[in-house]
Each structure stands twice: as structure tokens, then as C-alpha cells.
Design a protein around this ligand. Structure first.
Ligand SMILES: C[S@@+](CC[C@H](N)C(=O)[O-])C[C@H]1O[C@@H](n2cnc3c(N)ncnc32)[C@H](O)[C@@H]1O
Length: 247
């Protein structure tokens, strides 16, 4: 009899931001297959005798690595085990959860998805930024800054979003800010970068779009970083609930 695979979001980092369902599944799973961004506090919630498999993908990992993960999930489930596939943030936000769901489905393995709190929303919030704001920001676009995707993006369209949230943009911040400016976004648009959101080492910088990559370098920030571009990036609700900054 097949086991089951749960595609589970681990949230942005702080173990307190796991869903109750994620915590409950971790406590009973036979096998937990996880990524690099899932921290020790979350893994501490696994059953003590569970098999933990780290399938961290490093930048540039090829499709073969994903095939290996798919095969691992199918094999463990076909052995009758209860498997949690644990991914940082939400499993369907730049996390290839859909490909794993398709592989499981093709193999006839039952699965379900447990959404997680995505860093795309949690990182701005943790840095005091509301991604929407009445009359100021009526749209939010979440985009990958991955180098491989840069040429395929519609930069004028992205430049037109009220709030743009960029994941995987640490290495390409300079290039993508140039493309946004070329696409029509004003150079002085507020911008922010948040590193290790919700974790004890969280840091963030504020800047303008034109100076964002320099501000990141000056502050020594590095991946994982979420970038926020738009009027609301001038907000810091932790310090000043008032909006003088963007009035
Ligand atoms: C492969 S994507 C996975 C996104 C994940 N599925 C989610 O919903 O948050 C990895 C990127 O997520 C962002 N990220 C994830 N956790 C983060 C955190 N705690 N702080 C800042 N950025 C984070 C970074 O942009 C990182 O490069």
C-alpha cells in the first residue's frame, strides 16, 4: 500500500510561523525531505526517529537534481512511508512544488499540499512594510530575480506594478534595477532589501531603486534576500506608523 506525500510549506524561517498542520505532520512523518532554507528549529519538530533527507539545491543545480528528488519521494511513498516534502515559505511559490505534485500524480502516489507563509509576504511585513496600502499600492507582483529568468521578463509591465517583490534577486539586484528603470520606473522609487526575514539575524536596508544594489553591497547583505520596490518600501511600521515618508 502506498504511503502519502505531503508537500508542506515551512514558512519564512521562524518556526513559530509554521502552520499547525505542518507541525502536526512533521511530528508523525516517517521521512522528511527538506531544503537548505529550512532551519534547525523547524527540523527539531520532526519525529525523533524520522529519516531526514537534505536535498538542498545550490544555484545552478540542473533538472537532474529535481528528477532525483521526484524519484526519492515516489520511492519512499511506494515503500508505504508517510513523507513530508518540506519547503521554505510556500511550496508553490518559486519552489517547484508543482513539478513534484505532477511527478507524484503520474506515479499514482497520493499527495496533498499544506500552504506555507511565503517570504514574499512575510519578509516585507517583518521589516515593517505593508505590500498593499489603501490608495497607494493596489497591486503586488511577485517575481523571480534569478539570472536565467531576466531575459524572459516583461520589464515595462513589472515597472508598472505598484509594489514589486523580488525573490532570488540578491545576485542580480544591479541588473534588475537597471532593467526596471529602463522599463519606465523612476530612479527615486523607494526600495528595500530584507535578509533572513523573521530569523534572529534579520537585517534590512532602505534606498532608492537606482541605489538599491549599492545599498545592499554597502550593508553587506547577502542571500536569502527579498527586494521590495514601490512607494510602500519607504514605510517602516516598526518605527513610525505615520506616513510622512511617503506622503
Ligand atoms: C527558491 S525561492 C523559495 C521561496 C519560498 N517558496 C517562499 O515562498 O518563500 C528562495 C528565495 O526566497 C526568498 N527567501 C526565503 N526565505 C527568506 C527569508 N527568511 N528572508 C529573506 N528571503 C527569503 C529569497 O529571495 C530566496 O532567494
Amino acid at each position: 500500500v502506498n504511503g502519502r506525500v505531503h508537500l508542506v510549506g515551512a514558512g519564512p524561517g521562524d518556526a513559530d510561523l509554521l502552520t499547525l498542520r505542518a507541525a502536526r505532520l512533521l511530528a508523525i512523518a516517517d521521512v522528511v525531505v527538506h531544503d537548505r532554507l529550512v532551519g534547525p528549529d523547524v527540523l527539531a519538530l520532526c519525529r525523533p526517529d524520522a529519516e531526514l533527507v537534505d536535498v538542498s539545491k545550490h544555484p545552478g543545480a540542473d533538472a537532474a537534481a529535481q528528477d532525483d528528488i521526484n524519484e526519492l519521494l515516489v520511492a519512499r511513498a511506494q515503500a508505504g512511508l508517510d513523507v513530508v516534502r518540506l519547503k521554505g515559505g510556500d511550496p508553490f511559490v518559486f519552489a517547484r512544488g508543482a513539478e513534484e505534485a505532477q511527478a507524484l500524480s503520474a506515479a499514482g502516489v497520493p499527495f496533498d499540499c499544506v500552504p506555507g507563509v511565503s517570504s514574499a509576504l512575510a519578509a516585507p511585513a517583518a521589516a515593517g512594510i505593508a505590500v498593499t496600502y489603501r490608495e497607494l499600492a493596489r497591486s503586488v507582483v511577485i517575481v523571480t530575480g534569478h539570472a536565467r529568468a531576466l531575459d524572459d521578463q516583461d520589464w515595462p509591465a513589472l515597472a508598472a506594478a505598484d509594489t514589486l517583490v523580488v525573490l532570488m534577486g540578491a545576485a542580480t539586484a544591479g541588473e534588475l534595477t537597471r532593467r526596471l528603470i529602463a522599463g519606465g520606473r523612476p530612479r527615486d522609487t523607494p526600495a528595500a532589501a530584507i535578509q533572513d526575514a523573521t530569523l534572529p539575524g534579520q537585517r534590512d536596508v532602505r534606498s532608492t531603486l537606482a541605489d538599491l544594489s549599492e545599498a545592499i553591497a554597502e550593508a553587506g547583505l547577502r542571500a536569502p534576500l527579498v527586494l521590495v520596490i514601490g512607494t510602500v518600501a519607504a514605510l517602516d511600521l516598526r518605527r513610525s506608523p505615520l506616513l510622512e515618508a511617503i506622503a
